[in-house]
Design a protein around this ligand. Structure first.
Ligand SMILES: C[S@@+](CC[C@H](N)C(=O)[O-])C[C@H]1O[C@@H](n2cnc3c(N)ncnc32)[C@H](O)[C@@H]1O
Length: 320
C-alpha cells in the first residue's frame, strides 16, 4: 500500500492503513481506486500459507489474490480487505504466540487448549496455527459474516467437509446484549481457553468495545489463565475518532484508538462489570513503516479535540 498520501490517519484498519478517512461517496467503487496500487507480491509468510493450503502454482497466485479481494470487497467493505490484509497472518508475530502453541499443542496425552479467532474474517490466522502444528479441532472461528468465512475457504481452497473449521456465525454484540436469541454464540459460551482478536475491538467506540470485551469474557472458560490476546490500531494519547466510512458499516463510524493506559482502564471496567480480575499487558508502538509522524485527529479522554500519534496496540489479557 502506498505511503505517499496525506499524513492524517483516522480509521484505516491494519498495519498498512490508509491515511485519511475513506470518503463515503467513493466507497462503492473498485477497490483499486480507494486503496492504491494492487498487490504484486505476497510477503513470505502469506506466500507459504497460501501455497500450503491452496496448492496453486506460482503464476496463479497474484490473479487469485486480486480476484478474491474483488469478491470479498463486494460483501464486506473493510479496510483489511481493500488493503489485502486478509492474505497476511499476524498471530505468529505476537509475543504471546509461543505460549499459545504450547497450550494448544499439549503432547502428553492431554488435549490441547481450545483457541477461538474472534472476528476471524478469512481465517488466515487460524490456518497459521494449523500450519504450525495445532490440531485443527482445537482451532475455532467466529464472525458476523459468513460471506467472509466462505471467502477464506475460496482463497485457501480448503472448504471440504474434512478441512472446514468449526465456526460460529453471528453478531457478538447482539449476543452479548441478549438481543439475538438464539445465537450461534450460545454454543460457544465458556468454551475457550484462549481468544485471538486482531483488528477487531477498534471497530467501535469505547463503550461498544467494553460491551464486546464483556461478551468475549463470556466465551472464555471461567478460570484463571483464560487469555485474550491480539492487536489493533492505537493512538498515543488515546483518541476517539469519527471516520467517514462505507454506508454499509454505519455502526463503525466512531472508533476508539487506545493507548496502553486506556486499554488497561477498559479491562478494569470489564472486570468490575463481570466480577472478574485481569492482568493486562499492552504495548503501543509505532511500526517501522510509519517513518513520519502519523497524526490521528479526534477527542481525547476528556472530550478535548486534538491530535495524537498513530500506531499499533498489542495486548495480552489474562484472567487472574
Ligand atoms: C477488520 S476485520 C479483521 C479480520 C481478521 N481478524 C484479520 O485479522 O484479518 C474485522 C472482522 O470483524 C468482524 N465483525 C465485525 N463486527 C462483528 C460483530 N458484531 N460480531 C462478530 N464479528 C464482527 C468482521 O466481519 C470482520 O471479519
Amino acid at each position: 500500500m502506498s505511503e505517499n498520501d496525506s499524513k492524517t490517519q483516522n480509521g484505516g484498519e491494519g498495519k498498512g492503513e490508509a491515511k485519511g478517512s475513506l470518503p463515503a461517496q467513493q466507497s462503492q467503487s473498485e477497490p483499486e481506486n480507494i486503496w492504491g496500487d494492487p498487490i504484486t507480491k505476497l510477503k513470505p509468510e502469506a506466500h507459504v500459507l497460501l501455497v500450503h493450503f491452496a496448492k496453486i502454482p506460482e503464476e496463479e497466485i497474484i490473479p487469485h489474490v486480486l480476484a478474491t479481494r474483488e469478491k470479498a470487497w463486494k460483501v464486506c467493505p473493510y479496510g483489511c480487505i481493500g488493503k489485502f490484509l486478509f492474505v497476511d497472518p499476524t498471530i505468529q508475530n505476537h509475543s504471546y504466540y509461543k505460549p499459545v502453541l504450547e497450550r494448544t499443542k499439549k503432547s502428553n496425552g492431554e488435549e490441547g487448549d481450545m483457541i477461538l479467532d474472534l472476528g476471524c474474517g478469512f481465517g488466515q490466522n487460524m490456518r497459521q496455527l494449523v500450519l504450525d502444528g495445532v490440531p485443527r479441532d482445537r482451532v475455532f472461528g467466529a464472525d458476523i459474516s459468513e460471506d467472509l468465512i466462505n471467502c477464506g475457504y475460496d482463497y485457501f481452497k480448503d472448504g471440504n467437509a474434512d478441512t472446514r473449521f468449526m465456526s460460529f456465525i453471528g453478531d457478538l454484540l447482539k449476543w452479548g446484549s441478549g438481543e439475538e436469541k438464539p445465537s450461534a454464540y450460545d454454543m460457544a459460551k465458556e468454551q475457550f481457553d484462549i481468544i485471538y482478536t486482531a483488528i477487531f475491538y477498534h471497530l467501535w467506540s469505547y463503550d461498544v468495545q467494553k460491551s464486546a470485551c464483556i461478551a468475549t469474557v463470556k466465551l472464555l472458560k471461567p478460570k484463571a489463565g483464560s487469555t485474550v490476546f491480539g492487536w489493533q490500531l492505537g493512538a498515543e494519547p488515546a483518541r476517539e475518532v469519527v471516520r467517514g466510512i462505507d454506508e454499509r458499516r454505519k455502526e463503525h463510524g466512531v472508533m476508539f484508538r487506545h493507548d496502553e493506559g486506556s486499554w488497561e482502564k477498559l479491562w478494569r471496567e470489564v472486570g468490575k462489570e463481570t466480577g472478574t480480575e485481569w492482568r493486562v499487558e499492552a504495548d503501543f508502538h509505532v511500526p517501522e513503516m510509519y517513518k513520519e509522524h502519523i497524526s490521528v485527529k479526534g477527542r481525547d479522554a476528556e472530550g478535548k479535540e486534538g491530535e495524537s500519534r498513530g500506531g499499533i496496540l498489542w495486548y495480552c489479557v489474562t484472567r487472574l
